[in-house]
Design a protein around this ligand. Sequence first.
Ligand code: NAD
Ligand code: UDP
Length: 345
Amino acid sequence: MKQGVLVTGGTGYIGSHTVVELIEAGYEVIIVDNLSNSEESVIDGIEAITGVRPDFVKADCRDIVALEELFDKGKFNSIIHFAAAKAVGESVEKPLEYYHNNLLSLINIISLMRKYNVPNLVFSSSCTVYGQPDVLPATEQTPRLEAESPYGNTKRISEDIIRDSVKAYGTIKSIALRYFNPIGAHPSALIGELPRGVPNNLLPYVTQTAAGIREVLSIFGDDYNTPDGFCIRDYIDINDLAAAHVAALDRMIGSKMKESYEVFNIGTGRGVSTMEIVKTFEKVNDLNLNYRITGRRAGDIEAMWADPTYANEELGWYARKSLYETLRSAWKWQQRLSGLEISKD
Ligand code: NAD
Ligand code: UDP
């Protein structure tokens, strides 16, 4: 019989790609999302790619009564919890909304896991918990630093809530995945990222500039202490990131965990500068990007990349896509969104 998985935030960017991977791996998926940052039409894209239409319930994870109806039906024994608000800048302006949404949703999920004896939880954490480490690449042992934003703090507190709950209650196992910088889209260009308003992240700003929606990309700072002076990040293909969730679930369900609470870095292990992204994007998509170099962005860390060895060895998971493929997929998705002719491979 197929294993059931509840995916909260499953119509979002990372959630939707993970649902595709789960369906392709033979899991039965139930999505719950309040559509605060996504659209129900994403389900059509998932169905077009996989041939399977996952169950979808529009509900808010802060609403424990609505969530309990799902648990009551008993169709899953694992949960992947993506649902959260994620805009760093907005979280500084509206901290209570961020703590309320991100923490209450998680607390509701764990409470119901206890009540209904649901054992497995995969949680979306972030490399933001490391801040700017003294030593790179970051391993899972790299100390977590005080968060720079309320959003980052919700990830740190969420990890602690999960760790403490696993320890205290004995019935729950959990894997927290610390994502580095997810970029790109499904190669079919049927699902991808749907940024609302002016994008904060690099890749949607790049693709929107290429599509003429934004006039010029600002590259924030060229005077960092890095080989080319630009900031460095570990850009992980969204499809590779999605596959890491399947590997984590397989590990939990297959009783392969060494501890009841485990943490994995999900990155490529390769640091890439902002200028390298821009130049590679231009090259692989055969276009010129309008950009200018401006001053640093407040709060930016200089350099960050993962040591993914632990995930490679324990999850058997590897980042497989090349930056070339990823930046092609990002542009094809933007072409679809903008109604442009989609480039052929
Ligand atoms: P996203 O906004 O595209 O997806 C999140 C989804 O959760 C959205 O569909 C939204 O409608 C839904 N949601 C939010 N609050 C909800 C609630 N209370 N109840 C039900 N649904 C709710 O974001 P994403 O990029 O796919 O991120 C998914 C998870 O990964 C988040 O927890 C995010 O913090 C984390 N994460 C993201 C990144 C990144 O760069 N995208 C990096 C590290 C961690
Ligand atoms: N960046 C940039 N211009 C933009 C958006 C981002 O130069 O319009 C840079 C940013 O300074 C950082 C990198 O791109 O060095 C990644 O930024 P993003 O916001 O995507 O991720 P994060 O900083 O959260 O890792």
